[in-house]
Design a protein around this ligand. Structure first.
Ligand code: UGA
Length: 428
């Protein structure tokens, strides 16, 4: 296959990254969305989401005419070789994935698809969705392939163009191989399998990561109670190649638009086949305990009473490198502090505007002004480089709670402040 004609439905961070990257691999790509204003902005080369390298790829695609943006999927698919479904699958009733957007697109394009066109699901969908889409299409000349994405927010372009693996699954293996060929220039290991297995890989991977993080946060709690240091413990664990060094950083809990949604969805899938996935539900519960422990730590730092305490927060996004607040543990912690009557001022380099109950400022030093405690909630590297002596002068109290073990405790102590991290001895 040389260049294929591809339509990508949905221009969220997955769809837009997929479209722009496939165009950069030489394919002819049309990206479609229902949001007219968004399509107009994208057609003019304006990218709203914060994703390094994406705006450049979009501009390059537009200039080379390999990438275009249109409203209306039905007309766009008329001469497509393949159609990627990249629409949202939010958490629906009871934690199951809400497939209404996928179903609506399938219904819209059904009669416009040329014979032999391959439908590819990239959205994380429950096992069995490929079969359901085939039923919805009510045509037997349209193969359906599951091709889950493994893109992290903030590194989506790099993840797409340098993947650890490519997974394609279908009950029509020729169609699965055709989709794998779209990526041949990436030279990544490729898993070609059946539809159900490909659909399950995505959940199995994300839920494993969630379990790994809940495990690390539990070990961090043990470290605190036993007088050990989590950084040394994870360093010692990570050298074991079977464990690996990544995804071992303790924090305020895992969040974002994927891990919480996918853990709920897999629990739901397990329940549907009467499997009690106790290991996964324990990881979800542990994630909530972790938030409670962070709140207690902050309360302890202000003498036990959060009501009317002045709290400065550094970070609101669910992780550094993104402005995404969806299921952000930082935001959840902030909301609980506000609900307890604390006076909360927050700064995040990527988040502006207004948030209920708190004051969002545009300068890190403003959160320190008269604060009883300053709390790091997102691991933005720039927080390490703040002038902590100046922060010490601005604060009313002397406590720094670092929920990401990001700061250099020495610099905090030199500023006359106390430092408390996660799973590490307190320093004062
Ligand atoms: C996650 C997966 O990592 C991707 O592989 C997957 O494609 C994506 O979901 C998805 O399903 O689309 P993402 O949600 O962007 O990516 O974020 P991660 O980098 O995985 O971080 C998830 C959460 O874990 C964040 O709250 C982060 O702060 C936390 N985390 C991560 C830690 O607390 N410690 C770590 O060591 C790593």
């Amino acid at each position: 296959m040389s260049s294929a004609r591809i339509v990508v439905v949905g221009t969220g961070y997955v769809g837009l990254t997929t479209g722009a990257c496939l165009a950069s691999l030489g394919h002819q790509v049309t990206c479609v969305d229902v949001d007219k204003a968004k399509i107009a902005r994208l057609a003019a080369g304006r990218v709203d989401i914060m994703e390094p390298g994406l705006a450049e790829l979009v501009t390059r695609g537009l200039t080379s005419r390999r990438l275009s943006f249109v409203v209306g999927a039905r007309d766009a698919v008329a001469d497509a070789d393949g159609v990627f479904l990249c629409v949202p699958t939010p958490m629906g009733a009871g934690g199951a994935a809400d497939l209404r957007a996928v179903e609506a697109v399938a219904a819209e394009i059904r009669d416009g698809l040329p014979s032999g066109c391959t439908l590819i699901t990239k959205s994380t969908v429950p096992v069995g969705t490929s079969a359901r889409i085939r039923d919805l299409l009510r045509r037997d000349d349209l193969p359906v392939v599951s091709n889950p994405e493994f893109l992290r927010e903030g590194t989506a372009v790099a993840d797409f163009l340098g993947p650890d693996r490519i997974v394609v699954g279908s009950d029509d293996l020729d169609a699965a191989r055709w989709v794998a060929e779209l990526y041949r220039d990436l030279a990544a290991p490729t898993v070609v399998t059946d539809a159900a297995s490909a659909e399950l890989v995505k959940y199995a991977a994300n839920c494993f990561l969630a379990i790994k993080l809940s495990y690390v946060n539990s070990i961090a709690e043990l470290c605190e109670r036993l007088g050990a240091d989590i950084d040394a413990v994870t360093d010692g664990m990570g050298h074991d190649r079977r464990i690996g060094r990544s995804f071992l950083r303790p924090g305020p809990g895992w969040g974002g638009s994927c891990l919480p949604k996918d853990t709920s969805a897999l629990l739901n899938i397990a329940e549907s086949v009467r499997f009690d996935f106790g290991l996964l539900s324990a990881a979800v519960d542990e994630n909530l305990f972790q938030r409670d422990r962070i709140i207690s730590k902050i309360a302890g730092a202000v003498g036990g009473n959060l009501s009317a305490a002045r709290i400065g927060l550094l970070g609101l996004a669910f992780k550094a490198g993104t402005n995404d607040l969806r299921d952000s543990p930082a935001l959840a912690v902030a909301s609980v502090l506000c609900a307890h009557g604390a006076e909360v001022t927050a700064y995040d380099p990527a988040v502006g505007g207004e948030l209920p109950g708190m004051t969002v400022v545009d300068d890190a030093y403003r959160v320190a002004k008269d604060a009883d405690v300053v709390v790091v909630l997102t691991e933005w590297q720039e927080f390490r480089r703040l002038d902590w002596a100046h922060i010490g002068e601005l604060m009313a109290g002397d406590a720094v709670v670092d929920t990401r073990n990001l700061l250099d405790p020495g610099a905090i102590l030199d500023a006359g402040l106390s430092w408390q991290g996660i799973g590490r001895p307190r320093r004062q």
